[in-house]
Design a protein around this ligand. Sequence first.
Ligand SMILES: [Zn+2]
Length: 467
Amino acid sequence: MIKIYNTLNNCKEEFKPLNEGKVGIYCCGPTTYNYIHLGNARPLVVFDTVRRYFIYRGYDTTYVQNFTDIDDKIINRAAEENLTAQQIAEKYIAAYFEDTAELNIMPADVHPKVTQHIPEIVKMIEDIIAKGHAYPAADGSVYFAVRSLPSYGELSGRDLDDMRSGARVEVDDIKQDPLDFALWKAAKPGEPAWESPWGMGRPGWHIECSAMSCKYLGAEFDIHGGGADLIFPHHENEIAQSKAATEQGFSRYWMHNGFITINKEKMSKSLGNFFLLRDILAKFPGPVVRYYLLSTHYRSPIDFADDKLQMAQKSLERIQNSYMLMQEAKAKAAAAGEADAEFDKFAEESKQAFIDAMDDDFNTALAISIIFDFCRELNGKLGSLGKSALEKAEQLFAEWDSVLGMILPREKEAAGKEDELLQLIITIRQAARKDKNWAMADAIRDGLKEIGFVLEDSPDGVRWKRI
Ligand SMILES: [Zn+2]
């Protein structure tokens, strides 16, 4: 039984899917005006892992993550880089896929973009107006009337009157209430704009997630995720818009990941500790970053610092070494070993313990510690295990990797290492030739050929290729 901490009710609840055996997940994606930063990376890894776990548990899973491809920040960036807003969005969407591939984040089933869903957004705004929860203003914008919806504030636990007395209240003769928020923004000169019943304009930020989740997952769906910083106003406003438009329940479970600090300070541009993911990936391999982000429970805060990443690297290497030793032992093992029955039982218990940890609100920190216990036991028994027991261990590693996405060495890394190794051998052979040590040079060439590689001279030097 999977339990989820539901921000809506502030407690862990048993997960009951809307449709048996299926789960629909919507996760807020990035605004595509820059490379993704570390703060974006945590929810991406967390909800990718949640999705992978549902798949592992046999659910038919639909995962939707939007790209906000029109926004003030994109328009400003376009002016800076002398490109159109669309070119900026496309550039950073391509970069998004490069960066997230390093973290082994699976592409969503659908990655809807705002600019391709203007008709759906306009339709939803019309529905909200028709039901009396929004109004067109004199300037051609449309605002959501927060006071028209008594349940407004249910996710963040905020009360409208407290907010009004506590917050700085802007004097505004366009909005009926200062807390009302824009569903549609009237066009400003020179900005991208679309036709609508209220004149040329573009969507406000919040409405896209309501319209696109409804299109791909239905008016009511299972899980909505994002960083805790999105609870208010973004997610609160999503709930208000969707409930007002569809008069249905919207997302049943709300999951939010905790904050990231850098060397115990809040991440911010002014403090100079605003890290882009690709800068971190230049120093640490993707699986190490992913391991680090999953080594703390997703709801807890996490502190990012180089020495912690170095420790994560060592820890992950211990798991990967155990996997490689298992592979070596398997190649040499007899069909059956003396410790097999006892080990089989231990493997089954480990498998179940991993499931129990993940069932309990996706406790990846505990799940990783179970993998460590398993590796310790496996390392101690390698010499006495038979092939079938080692295959069982291999199967478990593969299952855990399918969920956590960083246990096994990736093919790309393995290929990279192979190239590095062959380049090193080629360099050694070139040095032998320079010393006129022909016997050594030939022995290297022949030895490589025997294991399936040939060396070829090319204008750029010596290259290797598989036979
Ligand atoms: Zn959203």
